[in-house]
Design a protein around this ligand. Structure first.
Ligand code: ZN
Length: 478
């Protein structure tokens, strides 16, 4: 008994020491390397960071000609550490090579300097943005800073690339460019130094973007001299994630707990679409009263076959029952309009009742699809001043129709096709309902025949973009 106790206590002591060491932060690894011949003092320390699983490594080196101070982050994974270390080593190697080549730039007892610091932004439990700044002074009047962010996932053990979080194409890059310009405009002391051409060049190459994420903000970084005169230093542009929402990948947005609260401007369902040719032959197909679990998928399938975009005026109650269906419609790139919550005759309602019908439907649509509806269509086309007022406030123009397929009345595919064929012309807004099987039945023939006549199928907003007016409607179109 006694012997066993005796054998155990040193383990105990070691454990206790480690615990105390951890608390006091003295479990630092300290290495002093004194290289005799050039009297360099090198020091490496590794200490835990405020974030579990991430350590901070600090390395300093002093010689007669330079001072090196490098902070870096170490994760528990080679996949994360290797690229970061490679970048740090590369910085150091280039610095040393240049110091050696340009030693005469240094005057008197001036020493060159490489100072790498890192800022850690926590996105959530396992996603971090590590933003490195490398300041180099190699003589002359000024030093130079460059920025390098690494966005890491400590569960998937990887460094995220922009394409992991965002889909981008020319239209989205153009849009982001306009946001960046707007933001730079607000930075008065930076904006005057910006070279438009260099900025364009940098933004046009998304795979090279230096970016980070944190607190609902996407940040783009530019090295000193990259887009602006040196006096501007490194440039940083913050873009709210909500304004990038159309381009963010859904799963990552979820993972990042990207929330879009207290938005000044409600976010809109907006798919990225090229401008229309004013001479083109376009129609807007619209589907009301859905989404419907059986009919809507069939409508989506046919639209997809013809690469057609349409507009779905959804009812709040339907969205509440079938949020996944609503999301599928949005994901397929169709436009989503508000058709009130429960399909009442709004013309007979008070302002507060109208407001409730429209706002609640809008909130349900947003909850299901991640975006506010862009348009409003009153049930039965019935409106009053209250409807006009509320929709104006919500910036959802009132959309009626110019061709009624009468699908609600005939419930017959052939009759629907006949009615549409008889009345349609370029610029038409066609009223249909994705709650009747007969409408889904009619659609393949309708699209086939209209396509043959040279029609293209666009959303209502796209169609209206051809109009001069930008008011609240009501719009019937042709
Ligand atoms: Zn309706």
């Amino acid at each position: 008994m006694k012997r066993r106790k005796k054998a155990l206590w040193p383990v105990w002591l070691v454990g206790f020491m480690l615990l105390v060491g951890g608390i006091l932060g003295i479990n630092l690894m300290v290495q002093n390397v004194i290289a005799g011949n050039n009297s360099a003092l090198e020091n490496v320390e590794i200490s835990p960071s405020a974030y579990p699983g991430l350590d901070i490594e600090t390395r300093t080196k002093n010689t007669k000609h330079y001072i090196l101070s490098i902070s870096s982050v170490l994760a528990n994974s080679k996949e994360i550490n290797t690229p970061i270390q490679a970048w740090v080593n590369d910085q150091e190697k280039k610095f040393l090579a240049e110091v050696e080549a340009d030693a005469e730039m240094l005057q008197g007892d001036q020493r060159a300097e490489l100072n790498i610091t890192v800022e850690t932004n926590k996105i959530n439990d396992h996603l971090y943005s590590l933003v490195f700044t490398s300041y180099q002074f190699k003589g002359g009047a000024n030093g130079q800073s460059i920025i390098k962010p690494f966005n890491i996932d400590t569960v998937d053990n990887k460094i995220l690339s922009l394409s992991d979080i965002m889909t981008y194409d020319k239209a989205s890059v153009d849009h982001i460019m306009s946001i960046v310009k707007e933001e730079l405009n607000k930075q008065k002391n930076v904006n005057s130094y910006v070279f438009e051409e260099e900025l364009q060049k940098s933004i046009k190459n998304p795979s090279e973007w230096k970016w980070s994420v944190g607190n609902g903000v996407f940040t783009l970084y530019f090295n000193q001299y990259e887009i602006a005169a040196g006096a501007a230093g490194t440039v940083q542009v913050n873009i709210s994630l909500k304004s990038l929402q159309p381009y963010l990948k859904k799963d990552i947005a979820k993972k990042w707990n990207v929330t879009y609260e207290n938005n000044d401007e409600p976010k809109r369902q907006k798919s990225i679409q090229p401008p229309l040719d004013p001479k083109g032959k376009y129609v807007a197909l619209t589907f009301d009263d859905g989404p419907h679990p059986k009919v809507t998928p069939r409508v989506l399938k046919t639209l997809k076959e013809y690469n057609a975009k349409a507009t779905f005026f959804m009812l709040g109650v339907q969205v509440e029952y079938y949020p996944d269906m609503a999301q599928k419609v949005a994901e397929a790139g169709h436009e989503i309009g508000n058709h009130s919550k429960g399909h009442p005759n709004l013309a007979k309602m008070s302002l507060s009742e109208v407001s409730k019908q429209i706002t609640e439907a809008s909130d349900l649509i947003e909850a299901a699809t991640g975006g506010k509806p862009t348009l409003f269509r009153p049930p039965y086309g019935a409106m009053n001043e209250s409807v006009k007022k509320v929709t104006k406030e919500q910036k959802t123009p009132i959309i009626l129709w110019s061709v009624d397929s009468l699908d609600w009345k005939s419930r017959n595919a052939q009759a629907v096709n006949k009615e549409v064929a008889r009345n349609i012309r370029p610029g038409s807004i066609v009223l249909m309902h994705d709650i009747h099987r007969s409408t889904a039945d009619a659609l393949p023939q309708m699209l086939k025949s209209l396509k043959k006549q040279g029609y293209q199928f666009v959303t209502v907003s796209q169609l209206l973009s051809l109009n001069e007016s930008t008011g609240n409607g009501p719009y019937y179109n042709q």
